[in-house]
Design a protein around this ligand. Structure first.
Ligand SMILES: O=P(O)(O)OC[C@H]1O[C@H](OP(=O)(O)OP(=O)(O)O)[C@H](O)[C@@H]1O
Ligand SMILES: O=c1cc[nH]c(=O)[nH]1
Ligand SMILES: [Mg+2]
Length: 207
């Protein structure tokens, strides 16, 4: 199982509050934004830097700046929407793409309904979706990017099931997965156990 688990104590503490069934939508959204920002540090750790000459008030020196690839954040609707602002706080100049997918409740297969991406040239794409359950939605989202020519793709989620990680690893071994937790398993309805329920419903206050 190839996965980067970002389990800083602050992240684990906040995730526990998100899991609690009595946590309000307002708190759930805020915590998701905060955790995404914390995870963003690790998920962007390998971004390339270049030297740049600058002048401080004291003297000339050489500093570092990000170089090469630009970033795009791609939320998988709806739940991925809750992870956009946290990453934007870190990378304000990132472009944003949108993928519309939902999981059919009977078949658990992903159903695509929207895709709009920024210019893909020389750009790293970070797909965000809090839940990686069977992996069907993430595999489809990654494929949608690849079909449009995107080469550099990372997947950032919040809670993953081992089954979902394996499925994404097998279908897209080139895509690095970042998550705050890998839970125990899936239940008979395809929900992550113990998980946090339906992330989309908890963010949007539906159901
Ligand atoms: O790994 P999978 O088994 O495919 O399940 C994960 C997907 O399910 C959820 O979306 P959902 O279908 O509930 O749509 P929503 O975000 O609009 O609620 C979640 O946000 C993922 O996209
Ligand atoms: O546990 C799960 C599984 C899929 N989608 C969710 O929102 N939660
Ligand atoms: Mg949902």
């Amino acid at each position: 199982m190839q996965v980067n688990i970002i389990d800083h104590p602050l992240i684990q503490h906040k995730l526990t509050i998100m899991r609690k069934k009595e946590t309000s939508s307002a708190d759930f959204r805020k915590l998701l934004e905060e955790i995404t920002m914390l995870m963003g540090y690790e998920a962007t750790r390998d971004l390339p830097l270049e030297d740049v000459e600058i002048e401080t008030p004291i003297q000339k020196t050489v500093g570092k700046r990000l170089t090469g690839k630009k970033i795009a954040i791609v939320p998988v609707l709806r739940a991925g929407f809750g992870m956009v602002q946290g990453l934007l706080d870190l990378i304000p100049s990132a472009r944003i793409g949108v993928i519309g997918l939902y999981r059919d409740p009977e078949t658990l297969k992903p159903v695509e309904y929207y895709c709009k991406l920024p210019n893909i040239e020389n750009r790293s794409f970070i797909i965000v979706d809090p839940m990686l359950a069977t992996g069907g939605s993430s595999v489809a989202a990654i494929q949608m990017l690849k079909d449009r020519g995107v080469k550099d793709i990372r997947l950032m989620c919040l809670v993953a099931a081992p089954e979902g990680v394996d499925t994404v690893n097998k279908a897209h071994p080139d895509v690095k997965i970042y998550t705050a937790a890998v839970d125990e398993c899936l239940n008979e309805h395809g929900y992550i156990v113990p998980g946090l329920g339906d992330a989309g419903d908890r963010i949007f206050g539906t159901k």
